[in-house]
Design a protein. Structure first.
Length: 491
C-alpha cells in the first residue's frame, strides 16, 4: 500500500444493489466495524426480488414467499425466529392439493400422490438415473424425464383409457410446476446436474406470505439511513485504477452512476441479478471482465417465473383446499414442448389459496414460467382476468362462476433491474461456473501489486448450492462481507 492509502481511516466499501444479498453484506460489514459503507440501489425502494404490493385487502408478495427448508439450519428461518416473525404460519398443513381437469373431473388423491412421487423422484435423481440407465447423452433434465415418462406410459398401458389420460396430464402438470420452481422455459434448458448441485436444507418448504418484506426491514435496521442511496442506477465500475478523491486519498475503484455522480471505493460488492449481468456485463466493467467470467455469465441459466393474483368476491373452492391443480387431459409431457403463447394460460400448473382469508380476502395465486410468463407481462389485466374466468368455468363446469374482482400480474422479466426471476444451472453451464463467477477481481494472478479484492460478487446466482433462494442470496452477501473482514483482520 502507498502512504496515502495508509492515511485513510477505514476502507471504503460500496455495495451495488439493495436486495437481501446487498443489505446482508452491508449489515455485516457495519456490525463488524467496517463502517464506511455505501449501498447504491437503482430502484426507489430496497428489497429487489423481495417486494410487497397492495392488492385487495392487504399487501401480497411479488417475489419470495416460501422458506425453502424451514429449520434452524436455514439462516432466513433463524432470523425470522429471532425477530419473532414466525408467530403465524399461514400454511396450515400446507399442501392439500385438489386437482381438476378440463373435462370437469376431480382426480383421486391416491392417483395424484402416486404420480407426484414418481415425477419428483425422477427429477431429484436425474443425474443418478442418467448414469444407472445409461442415458449417456443426457444433458438436460428433459432428456431423463421424457425417457422415464415413455417407460411409465408403457407400464400404464393396461390402465383404463381415462385413468391413463389423467396420469399423463398429471405428469405434464408436475413438469410445468417444476419449470416454475426452476424459473425455466422447459426442462430441456436445465442441466441434468441441477439437483446434484442444489442442496435442500432440512425442513419443509413453508409458505410465509408477507414475511420477507418485514424480515428485510429488520435487516435494514442495522444500516443507518444515509448509507442507502436509492434511485441511483450504477452505469459503470472502473476498477484496477488509481483515482484521487478531493482530500487526496487514492482509491482503486470508481463507481459511475447514470446520473453522472462518481463514488470512489476501495472495494465494491456487486449484487445485481444475473439477468442484469447478462444484459450489461460487457459494458458494466472497465477494464472488461475476464473472458472466462463473461462466458460463465452468458452460459449460466436465468429465467422468468411470474405470479398471477386473482381476487374473488366469494370462494368457489373447498374450505380445506390449499392448492388447485389444473390438468389438461389431452396433454402429455411428450407433447407441448414448444411455447404456446395463444393459449398461454395452459402453462399455469397450479393456483394456491392465499391465507389467512381475514387478511387477504378470497385470493388465489397462480404461477407461470418461461416464454408464456414473459408474454403474460404484456397483456392487459382485463384480458388476463377473462382468461381465468373462462378457464375456471370450464374446469368446474359452473358457467355461473362469478367474474373476478381484481387481478395482479408480476413483471419480473420486463423489470430492468432484475430481467427475470432467478438462476438455475443450464445445459451450457456447471456448478464450477458459479464459483468462477464468484471469484473476486483482480484475479490472484493479475499484477500482484494492485490492491486486492476490488470487486466482489454476491447475489443469489453466486451461491453454488443454494442458488435461486433468499437464503442463498443472504449467505452470499455475508460471504463477501466476511471476505473483506478477514482481509483486514489478518493484516
Ligand atoms: C417471483 C419470485 C418468487 C420467488 N420465490 C422465492 C421463495 O419463495 N423463496 C425463496 O427463498 N426465494 C424466492 N425467490 C428468489 C429470491 O427472491 C431471490 O433469490 C433473492 O431475493 C435475490 O436477492 P439478491 O439480493 O441476490 O438479488 P435482488 O433482490 O435482485 O437484488 C439486486 C438489487 O440490485 C438492484 N440493481 C440492479 N441493477 C442495478 C444497477 N445498475 N445499479 C444499482 N442497483 C441495481 C436491483 O434493483 C435490486 O434491488 C423468488 C424470486 C422471484 C422473482
Ligand atoms: C446453449 O448454447 C447454445 C450454443 O451457444 C445456444 O444455442 C443455446 O441457446 C444455449 N442454451 C441454453 C439453455 O442456454
Ligand atoms: C491492472 O493493472 C496492472 C498494473 O497497471 C496491469 O498490469 C494489469 O494488466 C491490469 N489488469 C487488468 C485486468 O487490466
Amino acid at each position: 500500500m502507498n502512504s496515502k492509502n495508509m492515511l485513510k481511516k477505514s476502507p471504503k466499501v460500496v455495495v451495488v444493489g439493495a436486495g437481501i444479498a446487498g443489505v446482508g453484506a452491508a449489515g455485516k460489514l457495519i456490525t463488524q466495524g467496517l463502517t464506511d459503507v455505501q449501498i447504491i440501489e437503482a430502484s426507489s425502494q430496497p428489497g429487489g426480488r423481495i417486494r410487497a404490493s397492495l392488492f385487495g385487502k392487504s399487501a401480497i408478495d411479488e417475489g419470495a414467499q416460501y422458506i425453502h427448508g424451514a429449520s434452524m439450519k436455514n439462516p432466513i428461518f433463524q432470523l425470522a425466529k429471532e425477530h419473532g416473525l414466525l408467530w403465524e404460519t399461514h400454511d396450515r398443513s400446507g399442501s392439500e392439493l385438489s386437482v381438476l381437469t378440463n373435462m370437469q373431473k376431480q382426480l383421486d388423491p391416491d392417483v395424484i400422490k402416486e404420480v407426484k412421487n414418481l415425477a419428483s423422484s425422477i427429477l431429484r435423481n436425474a443425474h443418478l438415473l442418467a448414469d444407472q440407465k445409461g442415458y449417456t447423452q443426457a444433458k438436460s433434465l428433459a432428456d431423463v424425464y421424457l425417457e422415464e415418462v415413455k417407460m411409465l406410459l408403457t407400464q400404464w398401458d393396461g390402465d383404463h383409457i381415462d385413468l391413463r389420460r389423467q396420469k399423463q396430464g398429471l405428469l405434464s402438470m408436475f413438469m410445468k410446476w417444476q419449470c416454475v420452481h426452476l424459473a425455466t422455459d422447459g426442462l430441456s434448458e436445465v442441466s441434468v446436474h441441477e439437483y446434484e448441485e442444489y442442496k435442500n436444507i432440512d425442513g419443509d418448504d413453508r409458505n410465509f406470505q408477507g414475511l420477507f418484506p418485514t424480515l428485510l426491514q429488520k435487516l435494514l435496521e442495522a444500516i443507518p439511513r444515509e448509507k442507502l442511496l436509492l434511485k441511483k442506477p450504477v452505469k459503470q465500475i472502473l476498477w484496477n485504477g488509481s483515482f484521487e478523491s478531493e482530500d487526496g486519498s487514492m482509491y482503486p475503484v470508481r463507481v459511475v452512476c447514470e446520473d453522472g455522480d462518481h463514488i470512489l471505493a476501495d472495494h465494491v460488492i456487486f449484487s445485481i441479478s444475473l439477468g442484469c449481468l447478462k444484459a450489461n456485463g460487457q459494458s458494466l466493467f472497465q477494464p472488461r471482465l475476464p473472458e472466462q467470467k463473461l462466458s460463465a455469465i452468458q452460459s449460466m441459466g436465468f429465467g422468468t417465473m411470474n405470479k398471477i393474483y386473482l381476487e374473488y368476491e366469494a370462494p368457489f373452492w373447498d374450505e380445506n383446499t390449499d392448492i388447485i391443480g389444473l390438468v389438461w387431459e389431452e396433454e402429455t409431457p411428450l407433447s407441448g414442448q414448444k411455447p404456446n403463447l395463444a393459449e398461454w394460460w395452459k402453462r399455469v400448473p397450479v393456483f394456491h389459496v392465499v391465507r389467512p382469508t381475514e387478511r387477504y380476502g378470497h385470493v388465489l395465486v397462480g404461477t407461470i414460467s418461461g416464454k408464456e410468463a414473459e408474454f403474460v407481462e404484456s397483456l392487459n389485466l382485463q384480458e388476463v382476468a377473462s382468461s381465468f374466468t373462462c378457464l375456471f368455468r370450464q374446469f368446474t363446469g359452473r358457467s355461473s362462476l362469478p367474474e373476478l374482482k381484481n387481478v395482479f400480474v408480476t413483471k419480473w422479466f420486463s423489470n430492468p433491474y432484475t430481467r427475470g426471476s432467478y438462476s438455475h444451472i443450464s445445459i451450457n453451464s456447471t456448478g464450477a461456473m458459479i464459483d468462477l463467477l464468484t471469484e473476486p477481481l483482480p484475479q490472484a494472478t493479475e499484477g500482484s501489486s494492485s490492491p486486492m479484492l476490488q470487486v466482489l460478487f454476491a447475489g443469489e446466482a453466486t451461491h453454488r448450492s443454494y442458488h435461486s433462494t433468499t437464503h442463498g442470496a443472504l449467505l452470499s452477501g455475508w460471504r463477501e462481507a466476511t471476505r473483506l473482514i478477514d482481509h483486514y483482520s489478518t493484516k
